[in-house]
Design a protein around this ligand. Structure first.
Ligand code: FAD
Ligand code: SF4
Length: 516
């Protein structure tokens, strides 16, 4: 008879770090790790095939790594068990294995945390949730820092966390005398374009990953996206190489071109590390340390390194803190009363708006778009059109390989759609087609003209931009940071405004109301 099971240690699909705190103190003689592949994780939003494949491939490599170390793993593989959801699969195994305790690192999603709590209550087996050491700012510390603040802004949080961690600090002062190098960053490529770009290191699927890719095609044939170019890191060793490649070839130009876009060039100088970070194949500390070494070695300038560290230490930690502070209430927010459906072309890329065709086409092909493509192309269009934010959220959670709710939801409902009325962003990120023209070459290949708001060639972004300002005039005209845009609106004559309204109504009516 086998001895009773002490701990069933849960390793969720986004907790694949060899240093996972739940594994601390594990005793292979009396504990077991539990992992499960369940349909619900791929279907609660209509997930991109590459997103599903990445999770499954990384999970199976992690399972094999644990087993190679002599750690027993109960692994429920897709298609070999009847359970649709994590909760039902876990409840069945808890009953079968009868552990004395369940142990897990803090889950990333509110939905999953609730489900695990419910299983624990239902089966009567206590659940120990350990603080996730992956993050630089524990949720309790974030809550203490943010308590009582009227507004929570990146700049305040980022400076506080830099001072607290000593990252990019000279004593009490920011390294180089400035907290922010935005003035040196965020350039466009200009007419000549980006020139020869360094091709990022890709990872040809090994036998295990190839088997996963084949299974995804079988189990999820009608899901969006393609697997043809799947080359993501799926192990910590891959992720380390991906980091080294970014530091060597792209970090020095990262800050300068972080907001630029160019047709046919999905990666530019971006790191492609978000998925590896979110699955915890690599830690933010490793990533930050590598970029600081590049600064110390004189390989990368301070402006680039600061711009990059700001994303990881600043934005990534901030959105996680805010997510846990506001969940589950964030999910239902719709401060701007947006009620349109998400246009069908978000799932196909078939549109004559060149910028959207490019950003969505690339997303479906790769499961990737960089931040400005997400914020100022796909996100901006949905915001200007007035798409119901929950539909936008479901799309972003589905189509990116790095999509995990704690990172995706604040970016979508907060930064991009302003659905929360300002928990994350101080004002809506709105711009006309001219912004896209300035930051990319997309408009060159487009049948529309960003300079026109009305008429046959009017750029829908430009039409909807003025219409957005008009529709939300009462809310923002007096806003201290947004007022300038609304003052420009006041310069439009009545006749022009009437024509803009009519043209925008045509665009908004064409998509119709979205489901509640
Ligand atoms: P880089 O440009 O190289 O940036 C470096 C790293 O900084 C990223 O890998 C990421 O870990 C971090 N980072 C940068 N910006 C952010 C941010 N705003 N929030 C959190 N982390 C950030 N990021 C996700 O990781 N998962 C998501 O599901 C996700 N959804 C998004 C949805 C919308 C509407 C928007 C506007 C942004 C979203 N982001 C999300 C943030 C950002 O777009 C991606 O992290 C980034 O594009 C990933 O590519 P990269 O690794 O090449 O990033
Ligand atoms: Fe996009 Fe308008 Fe430029 Fe066309 S003209 S690419 S729709 S911004």
């Amino acid at each position: 008879m086998s001895p009773p099971l002490r701990h069933l240690v849960l390793a969720l699909g986004d907790q694949l770090d060899p240093d996972n705190v739940a594994l601390g103190g594990i005793d292979p003689r009396q504990d077991r790790v539990w992992m499960a592949e369940v349909r619900e994780e791929a279907t609660h939003v209509w997930s991109h095939k590459a997103r599903i494949a990445l999770f499954l491939a990384a999970m199976r490599h992690f399972r094999d790594h644990l087993r190679a170390q002599g750690i027993p793993v109960e692994y429920r593989q897709l298609g070999t068990h009847p359970h649709e959801s994590l909760a039902t699969a876990l409840a069945a195994d808890v009953r079968r294995l009868a552990p004395a305790r369940l142990v897990v690192a803090e889950p990333g999603d509110w939905r999953v945390r609730e489900a695990l709590g419910a299983v624990s209550r239902e089966t009567g087996v206590p659940l120990e949730v350990r603080q996730d050491a992956h993050f630089l700012c524990p949720t309790a510390d974030f809550n203490a820092w943010s308590a009582g603040r009227r507004s929570i802004r990146l700049e305040h949080f980022y400076r506080w966390l830099r001072a607290r961690t000593g990252i990019l600090m000279d004593g009490d002062a920011p390294r180089g005398g400035r907290w922010n190098f935005d003035a040196d960053n965020r350039a466009a490529f200009g007419r000549a374009g980006p020139g020869l770009l360094p091709a990022p290191r890709g990872f040809a699927p090994d036998a295990l990953t190839r088997a996963v890719l084949a299974e995804v095609e079988v189990h999820y044939p009608d899901h969006p996206g393609s697997l043809a170019r799947f080359d993501w890191p799926v192990t910590p060793a891959d992720a380390k190489q991906a980091l080294a490649d970014f530091i060597a070839h792209r970090l020095p130009q990262f800050g300068r071109y972080q907001d630029a876009m160019w047709a046919g060039e999905p990666w530019l100088y971006h790191s492609r590390l978000s998925a590896a970070l979110n699955l915890k194949l690599i830690s933010p500390r490793q990533v930050i340390e590598a970029s600081l070494s590049a600064l110390d070695d004189g390989h990368a300038p301070l402006a680039a390194v600061e711009g990059f560290v700001r994303q990881i230490l600043g934005w990534r930690e901030l959105v996680r803190g805010l997510y846990w502070r506001h969940m589950p209430g964030w999910l239902a927010q719709n401060a701007l009363d947006a009620d349109r459906a998400l246009p069908d072309f978000y799932w196909t890329g078939e549109t004559d708006l060149a910028c959207l065709r490019e950003a969505i086409g690339q997303t479906l092909a790769l499961g990737y778009a960089h931040h400005i493509q997400r914020l100022m192309v796909t996100g901006l269009y949905a915001l200007l059109l007035g798409v119901r934010p929950q539909a936008v959220h479901a799309w972003y959670l589905a189509v990116y390989v790095d999509a995990v709710e704690w990172a995706e939801l604040p970016n979508t409902l907060g930064m991009s759609q302003y659905a929360d009325g300002g928990w994350l962003a101080s004002k809506p990120y709105v711009a006309s087609g001219r912004y896209i023209q300035r930051m990319s070459d997309y408009c060159k290949g487009c049948r529309y003209d960003p300079a026109h708001a009305v008429g046959e060639r009017a750029c829908p972004f430009t039409t909807l931009y003025w219409d957005f300002l008009d529709r939300h005039r009462d809310r923002f005209a007096e806003h201290p940071r947004a007022g300038l845009q609304w003052r420009n609106l006041a310069r439009l004559d009545d006749a022009t405004l009437m024509r803009i309204r009519a043209q925008a109504a045509g665009l908004r009516d064409a998509v119709g109301e979205g489901p509640r």
